[in-house]
Design a protein around this ligand. Structure first.
Ligand code: B12
Ligand code: SF4
Length: 494
């Protein structure tokens, strides 16, 4: 039995991790029961019922809200059937293994890529054999001692079977999310080593990708079979191999299968593509791309070990995707250790300039969040960040909105104010683009002074914010402009 706990975020279809894990188990003759909170709101009852005759319970765990249900369910199962092995896997368990395994209700952890390790463990459990020697496994032995077996080399993804999509009916998920979605991953791993990212820990900087033919034929088969509208790609950095990416887009067009798809990547790769190649992505169904741009200050990018990325590539990315009609989101990390206020203001200024020029750009700003296993932990500890010491403490980590020792009081207040202006500026731009008659007057009254403030970093007496808050109420009440409220409140962002 495999369990995907409730998470924080929009539904993205069936949990791909569990479908990948299920496939080799099914091929080897095991029955697999998937329990996903999205479609089984009474997941705890289901798990307790199924626990009666299960061979093991596997739980996928990300840092944050996932942990709460994982802990609750594990404790309940241990009480009911103390001998049933409970196995954690996924990013949090793999990156905080020792700490997670100390919990009395966790018997084993599958570290990293899970398909082969879980299969081997399941076979050993079925045959009542010792768990010693299973590569990639950490577990408690019969004396309760924690044993870490050596790492399992990451398998070439082309050797792994097609995820068990048939176990998760997309129409049941569509009832929850409103869209017939199929999560897909065409590669794992990214060659870069950003200091705040753990991809390098998991996948050792190797871009490990399905061959083009596999991607195209799987999608050409799955999309019509399940009547899929949208395929979010979960690759860490989809455009690492641009030739492959272009061939995939071409293959999708030639297959005649129509669906929307999107992916995440870095701007250096997209900037190197030709305008025609980016148009081909759009023609094949790409409507949105997410970029981990994080900062527009070259010094901060260097601190993040993102020397591969430059501001001109962000501009070029915005230009080419705009030409192709693809919407893009630039993620921004605020408060990165070592970032000065001037550098942060530079990010707001440059990003605002880009957005002014290219209407297809939106932003997703987050306060820096230290996840387990990220390479800069030693520096963070020196700067006063206290690392959570238990699963429960990691559960309550304020994802993307936490307070950092070096970013408090007056400086945090100023950050919030600049962020509020930055978001407001972009919302005004978007709203006025959609409603031509509002363009000139709204831009004159609000746009120009806001752009001046962002350019000069002057945020005192924020009359535009007061006005916009009042206007927002009017807009929302009348549904006059877009039909949506003007903005998310900044307080919810940071
Ligand atoms: C999709 C995704 C999500 C989706 C997942 C929803 C869904 N329906 O699948 C959602 C929206 C939940 C999400 C949220 C977040 N995510 Co996210 N997400 C991803 C992403 C892009 C893909 C994950 C995926 O499905 N990959 C494909 C599957 C096949 O791989 P997998 O999940 O890793 O599973 C394999 C192994 O991990 C292992 N495994 C996994 N589970 C289990 C369970 C068992 C029992 C076993 C044996 C093995 C095992 O075996 C699997 C097969 O090899 C990854 C980046 C990446 N490239 O992987 C980031 C990533 C996992 N997310 C990350 C982050 C930071 C977050 C957020 C914290 C962001 C935020 N600020 O809110 C939140 C946390 C949410 C929460 N706790 O509630 C980080 C990791 C953080 C961490 N320490 O857990 C990643 C690695 C991105 C990054 N490079 O930093 N995310
Ligand atoms: S480019 Fe993205 S996936 Fe690659 S190391 Fe940096 S943050 Fe991680």
């Amino acid at each position: 039995m495999l369990f995907y706990p409730p998470y924080d975020g929009a539904p993205l279809g069936a949990p791909l991790s569990l479908l990948c894990l299920a496939s080799p188990l099914l091929q080897s003759g095991f029955d697999v029961k998937l329990v996903d909170n999205l479609i089984s709101p009474d997941y705890e009852k289901t798990i307790l019922r199924e626990a009666e005759d299960a061979l093991l319970l596997g739980i996928s765990v990300l840092t944050g809200p996932h942990i709460g249900a994982a802990v609750r369910v594990s404790k309940a199962v241990k009480k009911l059937r103390p001998t049933l092995p409970i196995v954690f896997g996924g990013w949090h368990a793999s990156l905080a293994t020792q700490q997670t395994l100390r919990e009395p209700y966790v018997d084993a952890i599958v570290r990293g890529q899970g398909e082969l390790t879980l299969l081997e463990l399941t076979q050993r459990i079925a045959d009542e054999l010792s768990w010693h020697g299973i590569r990639g496994l950490s577990f408690k032995d019969s004396d309760g001692q924690i044993v870490h077996e050596p790492e399992r080399p990451v398998a070439d993804v082309n050797t792994l079977p097609v995820p068990a999509y048939h176990l998760a009916d997309p129409s049941i998920y569509a009832a929850v999310s409103g869209v017939r979605q199929l999560a897909y991953t065409s590669s794992v791993g990214c060659p870069y080593q950003c200091n705040y990212c753990t991809d390098q820990v998991f996948y050792k900087r190797r871009f490990n990708a399905y061959r083009v033919e596999r991607v195209v034929s799987e999608l050409a088969d799955l999309v019509p079979r399940y009547n899929i509208e949208h395929v979010p790609f979960f690759d860490s950095n989809f455009l690492v191999d641009r030739k492959r990416a272009v061939a995939i887009a071409k293959g999708i067009v030639e297959s005649g299968v129509k669906f929307r798809w999107d992916f995440q990547t870095s701007t250096d790769f997209l900037a190197l593509m030709s305008e025609d190649e980016v148009r081909l992505l759009a023609e094949s169904g790409v409507q949105h791309i997410g970029f981990g741009t994080e900062s527009a200050s070259q010094e901060v990018l260097t601190l993040m070990n993102k020397r591969f990325q430059h501001v001109d590539q962000m501009v070029e990315t915005a230009r080419k995707t705009n030409l192709a009609g693809i919407h893009i989101v630039f993620n921004i990390i605020l408060g990165y250790p070592g970032e000065t206020e001037a550098q942060r203001d530079e990010t707001f200024r440059v990003m605002s300039e880009i957005a002014k020029e290219y209407a297809n750009v939106s932003f997703s700003p987050n306060i820096f969040t230290p996840y387990p296993g990220i390479p800069i932990w030693p520096q963070l500890k020196e700067m006063g960040v206290v690392e959570p010491q238990s699963l429960e403490e990691w559960e309550t980590l304020a994802l993307g909105v936490n307070v950092l020792p070096w970013l408090r009081g007056e400086e945090l207040r100023r950050l919030r104010r600049s962020l509020e202006y930055f978001l407001l500026n972009n919302q005004i731009r978007k709203v006025t683009q959609e409603i031509p008659w509002a363009r000139r007057s709204v831009r004159r009254i609000l746009g120009a002074p806001i752009r001046w403030r962002i350019g000069k970093s002057r945020y005192s007496f924020p009359w535009e914010l007061w006005l916009s808050r009042a206007a927002e109420k009017v807009v929302t009440r009348r549904s006059l402009l877009t039909g949506r409220p003007l903005s998310e409140r900044t307080e919810e962002v940071c």
